[in-house]
Design a binder for this molecule. Sequence first.
Ligand code: ADP
Ligand code: MG
Length: 674
Amino acid sequence: MDSPLARFAKLGIRCDADLLLHLPLRYEDETRICPIAQALPGQVAQVQGEVVRREIVNRGRRSLLVEIRDDSATLTLRFFHFYGSQLRQFEPGTRIRAIGEIRGGLFGRELLHPRYQVVHDDTAVPTTLTPVYPTAQGIGQAALRGAIRAAWKRTRLDETVPAALIADLGLPPLEQALRQLHEPPADVSLAALEEREHPAWQRVIFDELLAQQLSLRLARAARAGQRAPVLDDARQVNALRDRLPFDLTAAQARCWREIATDLASGQPMNRLLQGDVGSGKTVVAALSAAMAVGSGWQAALMAPTEILAEQHFRKLEPWMQAIGVRIAWLSSSMKEGAKRTVRQAVAAGEVDLLVGTHALIEESVAFRRLGLAIVDEQHRFGVAQRLALRGKLAAGGQDAMQPHQLMMSATPIPRTLAMTYYADLDVSIIDELPPGRQPIATRLVSAGRRDELIDRVHEAARQGRQIYWVCPLIEESEALDLQTAQDTFAELSAALAPIEIGLAHGRLPAADKQAVMQRFADGGIRVLVATTVIEVGVDVPNASLMVVEHAERFGLAQLHQLRGRVGRGSAASVCVLLYHPPLSPPARERLKIMYETQDGFEIARRDLVLRGPGELLGARQSGVAMLRFADLQRDDGLVERARDVADRMLAGDPAWVERHLARWVAGRDEFLKA
Ligand code: ADP
Ligand code: MG
């Protein structure tokens, strides 16, 4: 059993101020007593009455029934778990006050396991609402309430924001706000409290957002004081640009200029390169790597899946070899001996660019001179993993320096999120697709027409087109996922013979997977049946038809990523979302959005509305991980004001900044360094 202190620590409570900032999830109204006759099923009500009967029944589930009566009617309290001592409490004639949700039972209305107390003439009814706190195992509501009441007696919470700034915003003083939240008067609007629109909540949320803004600003300032290698020798960059079979789009060129400026600055870059699927991020990454290597440093590129990392490697290898950059590949599925050889070469500085998966951040990997860390699909990695890659320079011995960091993402982030999450990131956006891209027609097809669809696929394959057939996502079971992929593979192989069909899924040994993908890229395989392993990054321009089976099971971001696999070549492309009716309302909405728009930003915006930001970014992302009370979407107005006030506080008195951060982020700021 943990000590009480350890249990409180689990809730993030280490001192009185933490206790006072531990805020209710909701409230119960014990300020009113409802006549029993008016307590309707489905309502939470507090009633009071005299015990008229108590009985232990053994029919069905053994339970204790206590009947109480007031002037208006009777009601039964039902307990499945009870002690002998409880039985004695319910002497007929005793007065009981009980609160809970009224249920319409077979034998009249009941309260199931209500909270109750024995009352006397002088037992007062509370004048404030009763808070219900978030809690952890081993801590009861009563203990939390007691601890918080005691903290109020011992502690005063000083303001950590200058009063004038708060007054300008029309928000209440902090202590007053917290009192109202812990002990709301009986006449407060419960709806405003629970929706967190009450000024008291707004004040707390504001303070939290302010802390976030302040710490992100400070992290940025700290970074500006760090040193990084100066990467400015462009000879290899120019050589690469001369060899590219295309010109950079204007957007790529602009992003590249922004990156090149950072790389030459001598301060560590912390930049996100954002661009919709197919916008051409890889070539910008390649130019960055060429700049690092040309300037005498090493670069690393880490991708979240083996398939994606391999794609990068295969794309980059000819480019890099052409300009004399030594590129190597590292993944955890390689044989130990092969891995060791690569690691040794990396440590000896004989590899200039290392591409791979999580294997790159294993402890055994040491770079001689890591100047640039590139992370693709950065939101797929946790903060710790990104930190680990950046730590590889310090591991190389030059601990006064930080490597530059370039992150890439195809998940567009709406504005409010960008303001909080990216306060310490510079963002470059490729907002234009390479020329000649064909729009993708999206069709919604019901599973009833599957045979017809297979005929269409057959026809397309005969005409030399290539097709992805993506198999459903089965959340509960990877084994089932695989099974459906194998079944579909067998079905299509039979229906389309002798056309060659391939199968790719996550469980395939790396070498086989690579062979299948390569054969699809070369055009040997016409139809690739795949699980979502192809979701990110796979690039086969000749593929112009995609079928997503059970599309209703996929999230919007995933569907968008999947669809982005086609429309990359010159042929007009089609994405068929095959769905199985009946559709749930959210599934219908997702398919409708996919049908209506191809714009990644618009899709992300509507996804945010459907799902909320935590999921969009992944719960472990830095900025969002700090937020307990704020909801970036609901509170977006406060985000802007917090930014403003953060600027004014930083320009004013640093002592306020320090006090505010000490209260809100002590111990949690590690996350901000990512
Ligand atoms: P993503 O941003 O999704 O990672 P990629 O970097 O994989 O996109 O690029 C998608 C495809 O577009 C690749 O085949 C790439 O070679 C091609 N491409 C990139 N930039 C250009 C360009 N400026 N002109 C023509 N094709 C380009
Ligand atoms: Mg990519």
